[in-house]
Design a protein around this ligand. Structure first.
Ligand code: SAM
Ligand code: DTB
Ligand code: SF4
Length: 348
């Protein structure tokens, strides 16, 4: 498929082709990404997703970047699965602040049957608020994906994180193929796929190219592609990973935009440490979604006021946000926060 005057959507990228994109002069890559971005998206709109950790820590997996892994001493306080009512309160606040999607994350290898029932109830509650729903709960079977679809889940996040070649350096407790199997189960259940990776774990440019090539060559592109910059959490094996050149990070966003024209490319973890200028460059490179709200799962994110100030300076609007008045009516007092009013200004 293609729009008039644009390159077709492809699923047959070769590694040399993707590496050649990474190797372009910065201005040429940005131009190419912008051309694709403007053909498929409103370049001045950004989608806002808010994250909530519904079950934190004590995860049996050994993902080298992750503060929630039981294998590392990160000083993280563990929590049991939240109550449905508490999740609803968080979702109401997110909606009042202007988010359109609410993502629930759990530190699980894969969900247990009784836990999945509770998550299904959370999904129903969040959906009833008019928010899009997303969950990231680890590996899923075909039956579990169907159960989540039945509850009304819109998106499932499950990242490939890096190339298949580099994956074994980062995670040993599950295989790349298991990740791909879960993505297929999610897709086959009719749930939209959110899948991306992390830049800054010591991977090569070839690994970044392979990750994006793998995503682009899936039978159907993920609708949402989070590009995370590693948050170096003390106690994890990657606490001292060398910092990635900021332009190399922007290049990863731009190549994601070129390969995945219709997807929302999300500038994800790592924003708190990014100056506004770098975030603006990422938006110019084709990012059109962010995590919005002062927390990711266990680490910080820019607060709403900072993001809304940036949006106002760039004249960026929030994509598809409910009118603040409607959000206020439904969400009660939480919507009277200055954030709700700021959101309306940013959208104006
Ligand atoms: N346990 C589930 C799983 O792994 O699929 C869901 C939660 S897990 C925290 C979701 C994603 O967060 C990971 O796949 C990874 O891409 C990202 N992530 C975790 N820790 C991170 C960090 N320190 N920096 C950047 N991204 C991180
Ligand atoms: C994704 O790609 N990034 C989000 C979300 N999917 C679940 C998670 C980022 C986590 C950053 C570390 C933390 O806060 O624990
Ligand atoms: Fe567990 Fe997910 Fe963290 Fe890996 S990324 S340790 S699976 S919570």
């Amino acid at each position: 498929m293609s729009l008039p005057g644009t390159e077709p959507i492809r699923h047959d990228w070769t590694l040399p082709e993707v590496e050649a994109l990474f190797a372009l002069p910065f201005a040429d890559l940005m131009f190419r990404a912008q051309r694709v971005h403007r053909a498929w998206h409103d370049p001045n709109a950004v989608q806002l997703s808010t994250l909530l950790s519904i079950k934190t820590g004590a995860c049996p997996e050994d993902c080298a970047y992750c503060p929630q892994s039981v294998h590392y001493e990160t000083g993280l306080a563990r929590t049991a699965l939240l109550e449905v009512a508490a999740v609803r309160t968080h979702a109401e606040r997110a909606r009042a602040a202007g988010a359109t999607r609410f993502c629930m994350g759990a530190g699980w290898r894969s969900p247990k049957a009784r836990d999945l029932k509770v998550v299904a109830a959370m999904i129903r509650e969040v959906r009833a608020l008019g928010l899009e729903t997303c969950a990231t709960l680890g590996m899923l079977s075909v039956a579990q994906a169907a159960e989540l679809k039945e509850a009304g889940l819109d998106y499932y996040n499950h990242n490939l994180d890096t190339s298949e070649q580099f994956y074994g350096e980062i995670i040993t407790t599950r295989t790349y193929q298991e990740r791909l199997d879960t993505l297929a189960a999610v897709r086959d259940a009719g749930i939209r796929v959110c899948c991306g990776g992390i830049v800054g774990m010591g991977e090569s440019v070839t690994d970044r190219a392979e990750l994006l090539r793998t995503l682009a060559n899936l039978p159907q592109h993920p609708e949402s592609v989070p590009i995370n910059r590693l948050v170096r959490v003390p106690g994890t094996p990657l606490a001292d990973a060398p910092e990635v050149d900021v332009f190399d990070f922007v290049r990863a966003i731009a190549v994601a935009r070129v390969l995945l024209p219709r997807a929302h490319v999300r500038l994800s973890a790592g924003r708190e440490a990014m100056p506004d200028e770098l975030q603006a460059l990422c938006l110019l490179a084709g990012a059109n979604s962010i995590f919005y709200g002062e927390r990711l799962l266990t680490t910080g994110n820019p607060d709403v006021e900072r993001d809304l100030r940036l949006f106002a300076r760039l004249k960026v609007s929030a994509e598809g946000a409910a009118e603040p008045a409607a959000a206020a009516d439904a969400a009660g007092t939480a919507a009277n926060s200055s954030a709700g009013h700021e959101a309306s200004r940013a959208r104006a």
